[in-house]
Design a protein around this ligand. Structure first.
Ligand code: G6Q
Length: 550
C-alpha cells in the first residue's frame, strides 16, 4: 500500500530527471530531418508491434539516449512496483483509500483477484452474466414496456464517467450495433438535452438506463426524474417504472429510493473509478447495442493490453512509451497540450473520452506525499477525427508558435469501403505526419518558383512530433485495446508525477458548489447573498429576469 507518510524523493531532484534535463539542453534543437538522415532505418527501428497495435514513434524528437533516460526515470520512480500494486488491488488511490482495479473488469472468467478476501473476478462475471441476460432480452425484443409494446429505444442517463465511455463506445461500435434499436445519451442538466433526446420517442417503447456510481449526482438524478415524469405522463401508473427504468450504480439504497427495484439494478464497485468504468455495468447500453459477445470481445481487447502493459519490458511497452513521450514534451519542451486525431469517423467521441481520462486523472498539483509539485502535470488533451481537423486547426500545428505533440490513429481497413475513399483518408493520414516532421524548407519553397516575399509564409519548419498508431480494423476488441493503451499511459505518467490518478476532488467540488446557488435561484424571497460582488450581481440580475423585472 502506498501511504502519504513515506516521503518520496522530489521528482525534479531525481538523478534520472536531472540527466534528462541535461540531455534536453543538448538535443532540443536537433531536427527530425537530421535524425532521419543519420539513421536510415529509424522509421523501422523506433516502432513497437505488439498486442495487435503498431506504434511508430520515430517521428518524435528523441534519440536512443532519450529513450534510455526516460526509461531510467520510469525505473527510478518505481513504475514496475506500481504496476504490480495496481494489478494486485493495493490501495493506490490513496486519497480515497481505495484500490484502482479496473483491470479486474476484464480479467477472464476463472482468474482470481482477491480483495479483502473476496474474489472480485467472480463478482465481475456474475454481473456480466446478468447484463448479458438482460441485454439479450432487449435485443430479442422480449423486454416489453408496461403496455406490452416492445422496447425499441434505449436512453442512457449519466454524466462524466457514466456518459463519456458509453457514448464513445456506442459511436465507435455503431457498425456492430443492432440497428432496429435507437440509442440516445442524456448528460447535461440543460433541459435541452433531455427534451431533444426524447422528442420523437414513445414512452411506451423507451427504456431508461440511469447510470450513476453514487446515484446522487445532481444532473443525472434531475434528468432521471424528468424521464420518470415524461414516462408517467403517458403511462400514468407508477408500476410502469419497473418496465422502463434500470439503474447502474454502487448505491442500492439511493436506487431503491428513486423507485427502481434492485432486481433492475446492475452493480459495480468502489474500486472502479467513473472514468475507468465503460467496461463495467456502466457499459450496459454498449452491450445492448452490440450484444454480449461483442462486449466480451471488447473486454478481451482490454485484457490483452493489460497483459502487455503488465509484462512487456518498458522499451517494448506501448503504454509506457506513449506515456513517457508525452511526459518528455510536457516537462522538458514545455508543451501545453496534446492532440489526438483518429482517422476514423466512428471514433469521433474518442478525443472527448480521452479528455476526461487524461485530465481528470492527472490534472493534479499535489503529490501522494501531500507536497505541491514543482513541475507540470497533465497537459490539455484535445482532438477531432481526421481529415476534418486538417481544414481548420491544423494550420496552427504546422505553422503556429506552439509545440503540440500529436497522436495519429489509423486503420488498415475501412469498415465502410467506398470507392477509393479509404486510400484517400490514409494518404492524408500519412502525409500529415510526414509534413509535420519534415516541413518544407526555404530552399524547397524557392525551388517551386515562389516569389521571395512569399517564401517565409510558405516555409514549414517541421520538427513537429507525432506518434502513428496503426490498427488493422476498428472492432470491439481493438477498441478495448486502444482504451486500455491510453488508460495505462495515463497511469505511467501519474506514477512519475507522483499524483493520485484515481481521485477527482475538483469534480467533487463542482458537485456541491451549485447546490447553494440553486437554492438562491429558486427561492421566492430575495435571498441574502454572500458571494463576491460579481456573483451576487449576476444572481440578482438572473432572478430579476426570471421574475420579469429586467
Ligand atoms: C469520473 C468522475 C466523474 C463521475 C461523474 C458522474 O471518474 O468521478 O466524471 O463519473 O461525476 O458520477 P456518478 O457516476 O456518481 O453519477
Amino acid at each position: 500500500m502506498i501511504t502519504t507518510n513515506t516521503k518520496t524523493q522530489s521528482l525534479t531532484k531525481r538523478p534520472a530527471w536531472q540527466a534528462l534535463q541535461a540531455h534536453y539542453q543538448q538535443i532540443q534543437l536537433l531536427h527530425l530531418r537530421q535524425l532521419f538522415a543519420d539513421d536510415p532505418l529509424r522509421g523501422e527501428r523506433l516502432v513497437i508491434d505488439a498486442a495487435g497495435i503498431y506504434l511508430d514513434y520515430s517521428k518524435n524528437r528523441v534519440t536512443d539516449e532519450t529513450m534510455r533516460l526516460l526509461i531510467n526515470l520510469a525505473d527510478e520512480c518505481g513504475l514496475s512496483e506500481r504496476i504490480t500494486a495496481m494489478f494486485n488491488g493495493d490501495i493506490i488511490n490513496v486519497t480515497e483509500q481505495r484500490a484502482a482495479l479496473h483491470t479486474a473488469l476484464r480479467a477472464p472468467k476463472g482468474e482470481r483477484i482477491l480483495l479483502d478476501g473476496v474474489d472480485v473476478v467472480a463478482e465481475v462475471h456474475a454481473v456480466l452474466d446478468r447484463m448479458a441476460l438482460f441485454s439479450d432480452k432487449v435485443r430479442s425484443r422480449h423486454w416489453l414496456g408496461y403496455t406490452g409494446k416492445r422496447i425499441a429505444n434505449i436512453v442512457n442517463i449519466g454524466i462524466g464517467g457514466s456518459d463519456l465511455g458509453p457514448v464513445m463506445a456506442y459511436e465507435a461500435l455503431r457498425l456492430y450495433s443492432q440497428r432496429d434499436l435507437t440509442f440516445r445519451f442524456v448528460s447535461n442538466v440543460d433541459g435541452t438535452d433531455f427534451t431533444e433526446a426524447t422528442r420523437d420517442l414513445d414512452p411506451e417503447e423507451t427504456l431508461f438506463i440511469v447510470c450513476s456510481k453514487t446515484f446522487t449526482t445532481l444532473e443525472t438524478l434531475t434528468n432521471a426524474r424528468a424521464a420518470r415524469d415524461w414516462c408517467l405522463d403517458k403511462l400514468v401508473d407508477d408500476h410502469a417504472v419497473r418496465r422502463h427504468f434500470v439503474a447502474v450504480s454502487t448505491n442500492a439504497e439511493e436506487v431503491t429510493k428513486f423507485g427502481i427495484h434492485t432486481d433492475n439494478m446492475f452493480g459495480f464497485w468502489d474500486w472502479d473509478g467513473g472514468r475507468y468504468s465503460m467496461d463495467s455495468a456502466i457499459g450496459l447500453s454498449t452491450m445492448i447495442a452490440v450484444g454480449a459477445d461483442n462486449f466480451r470481445a471488447m473486454l478481451k481487447g482490454f485484457h490483452a493490453m493489460d497483459e502487455h502493459f503488465r509484462t512487456a519490458p518498458f522499451d517494448q511497452n506501448l503504454p509506457v512509451i506513449i506515456g513517457l513521450l508525452k511526459l518528455w514534451y510536457n516537462n522538458f519542451f514545455d508543451a501545453q497540450s496534446v492532440a489526438v486525431f483518429p482517422y476514423n469517423q466512428y471514433l469521433k467521441r474518442f478525443p472527448a473520452y480521452l479528455q476526461q481520462l487524461t485530465m481528470e486523472s492527472n490534472g493534479k498539483h499535489i503529490t501522494l506525499d501531500g507536497a505541491c509539485v514543482d513541475y507540470q502535470t497533465a497537459p490539455i488533451y484535445w482532438g477531432e477525427p481526421g481529415t476534418n481537423g486538417q481544414h481548420s486547426f491544423f494550420q496552427l500545428l504546422h505553422q503556429g508558435t506552439r509545440l503540440i505533440p500529436c497522436d495519429f490513429i489509423g486503420f488498415f481497413q475501412s469498415l465502410n469501403p467506398l470507392g477509393d475513399q479509404h486510400d484517400l483518408l490514409m494518404a492524408n493520414f500519412f502525409a500529415q505526419t510526414e509534413a509535420l516532421a519534415f516541413g518544407k524548407s526555404q530552399d524547397e519553397v524557392k525551388a517551386d518558383g515562389t516569389s521571395d516575399w512569399l517564401v517565409p509564409h510558405r516555409t514549414f519548419e517541421g520538427n513537429r512530433p507525432t506518434n502513428t498508431v496503426l490498427v488493422e480494423q476498428l472492432t470491439p476488441e481493438t477498441l478495448g485495446k486502444l482504451v486500455a493503451l491510453y488508460e495505462h499511459s495515463v497511469f505511467t505518467q501519474g506514477v512519475i508525477w507522483n499524483v493520485d490518478s484515481f481521485d477527482q476532488w475538483g469534480v467533487e467540488l463542482g458537485k456541491v458548489l451549485a447546490q447553494k446557488t440553486a437554492a438562491e435561484l429558486k427561492t421566492a424571497d430575495e435571498p441574502l447573498l454572500d458571494h463576491d460582488s460579481s456573483t451576487n450581481a449576476l444572481i440578482r440580475r438572473y432572478r430579476r429576469f426570471k421574475s420579469g423585472q429586467s
